[in-house]
Write a protein that binds this ligand. Sequence first.
Ligand code: 5GP
Length: 120
Amino acid sequence: ATLPYDDANIFAKILRGEIPSRNVYEDEYALAFHDINPQAPIHILVIPKGRYVSWEDFSAKASDAEIAGFVRAVGQVARDNRLVEPGYRLLANIGGHGHQEVPHLHVHLFGGRQFYHMLA
Ligand code: 5GP
């Protein structure tokens, strides 16, 4: 069950410029910034600018332009941050079982080290 969107969530505040973020990419549809608590040498979050909590919420309600913009932004961030050649991990935590902490859809890009099975 998707939560209602809460405009007080931390990524909404980042999008509104109310709290600082170390941005690495921004366009009409997406914003990318460094995670405040990095789990790898490179740990970047990419978020759509729209008010979507989850992947299925986004996939059901976002326009084709928003979906394309977000997907393209993820790829651009991977290229811009030299993640492509060594490889990287792309992850989205969704809902309770996914242990999603911030209720604004985001994907994590992890790089700069070797990953193993799942999250180890
Ligand atoms: P989730 O568990 O929801 O997938 O991950 C949320 C991520 O957001 C965590 O990795 C956490 O470190 C990051 N995060 C939480 N608050 C902030 C913040 O204020 N700024 C930034 N840049 N990252 C944050």
